[in-house]
Design a protein around this ligand. Structure first.
Ligand SMILES: Cc1ncc(COP(=O)(O)O)c(C=O)c1O
Length: 400
């Protein structure tokens, strides 16, 4: 009898983790690698949030809680949705999990049947297709393009919908491109969805607060209230509050869906970490004063990276509206050879050669479903970014 589950054959390990591991190996060999692969802010969790976690420990809030969240956190989430997104939810419509990742996973495990299709705009966050496959569903990709800021069009969405479509999975601002849909761009998509009442919407709003310049974040149920009854609005504290390790994500949607997700979680991890839940209450209810200065820092770094990459021969890098990623095209590098003699015949070859020959770790575009590109996470120091960009420039200058 085969030991491993057949479902696992359909799934690949996370390539972003693979790049980070390879960079760590090279560093262990004494190589001076700059890692631009990790998708987390480089600043610390704000002190008032940490203090709430410490207070929870000291006051004995260290036991099991209700499976999908303490009432105080669910209430804070409802308040947040009203305040930030003008969405009305009750605590019974809210589910809290161990990170946004678990919340999405729960939703797919709770709803997908064999053959169900999930429409995923590409490039996409690496975990989406594999989570769909783990749930028994089929990912259906719709490709964005650089000249449209990586956003998909209403016609593309319309063409991808079939009678088997269960979910449309939406992510703005996006990992990996940083692309943010404007109200009108999103309205064009929600107009399509209105014509297909069997399609549910899962919106991953994880980068909501990382919105730059005059870009204004918006979410599907806000743009089209008629979709409210078939939308799961998902968010979390990892990115905006620098709380990746605390593992708290949440979603709100129709009660029967939330109950089904609770059932999945009750038989897997039970409640998310009690201490982290109390810290998340403070994150959502407490001051948000640190977000604007953090965004100023991210904007400065984004501009530095975009300008430096556009000065590299063979690279074209659009200006993203949010998140902390850029997703340049390397179409102009394909078919060339590095100074060390490596043929660049794919974005994976580009990223591998960049790591081995220029000691900069990035993630290749094929991992996100749109080539030939690579992703840089610029959530690291200005000095490291400047050195990395100089190395990329020397690497590209050396291509013949
Ligand atoms: C688009 C997107 N969604 C969800 C997540 C999951 O975040 P977490 O599980 O840390 O809440 C991430 C993390 O990288 C992400 O980039």
């Amino acid at each position: 009898m085969k030991l491993l589950s057949a479902t696992l054959d359909r799934v690949k390990p996370s390539p972003t983790i693979a790049v980070t591991t390879r960079a760590q190996e090279l560093r262990a060999q004494g190589r001076d690698v700059i890692g631009l692969g990790a998708g987390e802010p480089d600043f610390d969790t704000p002190d008032h949030i940490k203090a709430a976690g410490i207070a929870a420990i000291q006051s004995g809030k260290t036991k099991y809680t209700a499976v999908d969240g303490i009432p105080e956190l669910k209430q804070a989430i409802c308040t947040k949705f009203k305040r930030d997104n003008d969405l009305d939810y009750t605590p019974a419509q809210v589910s809290v999990g161990s990170g946004g990742k678990q919340v999405i996973y729960n939703a797919f495990m709770a709803t997908l049947n064999p053959g169900d299709e999930v429409i995923i705009p590409a490039p996409y966050w690496v975990s989406y297709p594999d989570m769909v496959k783990l749930g028994g569903g089929e990912p259906v990709f719709v490709a964005g393009a650089l000249d449209r800021g990586y956003k998909i069009t209403a016609d593309q969405l319309e063409a991808a919908i079939t009678p088997r479509t269960k979910w449309f999975l939406f992510n703005s601002p996006s990992n990996p491109t940083g692309a943010g849909y404007s109200w009108d761009e999103l309205k064009a998509l929600t107009d399509v969805l209105l014509r297909h009442p069997h399609v549910w919407v899962l919106t991953d709003d994880m980068y909501e607060h990382l919105a730059f310049d005059d870009y204004r974040f918006c979410t599907p149920a806000q743009v089209e209230p008629q979709l409210y009854d078939r939308t799961l609005t998902m968010n979390g504290v990892s990115k905006a509050y620098a709380m990746t390790g605390w593992r708290i994500g949440y979603a709100a949607g129709p009660q029967p869906l939330i109950a089904a997700m609770r059932k999945v979680q009750s038989q897997s991890t039970s409640n998310p970490c009690t201490i982290s839940q109390w810290a998340a209450v403070e994150a959502l209810n407490g001051t948000h004063d640190f977000i604007a200065p953090n965004n100023d820092m991210f904007i400065r770094r984004r501009n530095l990276v975009v300008d430096a990459l556009n000065a590299c021969p063979g690279i074209v890098c659009p200006m993203p509206e949010g998140a902390f990623y850029v997703y340049p095209s390397i179409a102009g590098c394909i078919g060339k050879t590095t100074a060390a003699g490596t043929l660049i015949d794919s974005d994976e070859a580009f990223a591998t050669a960049l790591l081995d020959e220029a000691e900069v770790a990035v993630v290749f575009g094929a991992a996100f479903g749109l080539s030939p590109h690579f992703r840089i996470s610029y959530a690291t120091s200005d000095a490291a970014l400047q050195t990395a960009c100089d190395r990329i420039r020397t690497f590209c200058d050396g291509l013949t």
